[in-house]
Design a protein. Structure first.
Length: 206
DNA sequence: AAACGGATTGGCT
DNA sequence: GCCAATCCGTTTC
């Protein structure tokens, strides 16, 4: 396989428009390397979390705790937290230091190291469920709590641009999943995904 | 030191 | 397609 992968530059993550970034990250390739084992996947579903103004964000209202401190970092680091006591959810922190914007990676299409992902998930990579949904995608890539606050241009976790581009009509926008508690902000169309891709998580409608 | 609650998943009908 | 388990880190007392 011939390819000319390029790590996404640090400056990419400083973009203050997290809605744009959430959409633009579709098609980018997310890599992890753990004990020499490399796995990667094409990002096919994301959600934007709009800092202190967003009732669905952990940083809503400027909330600062030990956990949310990572969100206030300069863009280009990871924010990983535990949900429901079981699932690790992976986010890309963006914008400048002090602005807690982030993009949740909700699904990936397996690309490299499919056999490793199959072992981690105990199912075939031909099954969409292997990496559909934020908890599943993180598990397939081996992401856990230890990946919190990691530089996204490092040796353990990084993103590459393989030139994969989607047209407007291949991308759907819909309300975010599981944020009913955010009241009116729950209706904002800040979830983006590739129409018809089988690795996109269940709520597959616009 | 104790209670809380969740950016979900997957099993079951 | 619906519904319910799950459980530990985070927060607060």
């Amino acid at each position: 396989m011939v390819e000319s992968p390029s790590k996404i530059p640090f400056s990419y993550y400083l973009n203050p428009d997290v809605i744009f970034l959430a959409k633009d990250l579709l098609g980018k390739v997310l890599y992890t390397q753990i004990d020499g084992e490399i796995t990667s996947g094409i990002i096919v579903e994301t959600e934007a979390y709009f800092g202190i103004q967003d009732k669905a964000s952990h940083a809503y209202g400027g909330r600062r705790t030990d956990r949310t401190e990572t969100l206030y970092s300069q863009g280009g680091v990871s924010y990983v937290y535990l949900c429901y006591g079981i699932h690790h959810l992976f986010n890309i922190v963006s914008s400048v230091e002090g602005e807690p914007h982030a993009v949740l990676i909700r699904a990936i299409e397996p690309l490299t190291g499919k056999d490793i992902m199959e072992t981690r998930r105990n199912m075939s990579a031909s099954k969409g469920a292997i990496s559909a949904g934020p908890g599943s995608a993180a598990k397939a890539l081996g992401i856990d709590r230890s990946f919190n606050k990691k530089d996204l241009g490092g040796e353990e976790i990084w993103l590459e641009d393989h030139g994969i581009r989607y047209t407007e009509d291949q991308i759907a926008a819909s309300p975010r999943v599981g944020v009913a508690y955010a009241q009116e902000d729950a209706l904002l169309p800040w979830r983006f995904f590739i129409k018809g891709n089988k690795y996109v998580s269940k709520p597959n409608k616009v």
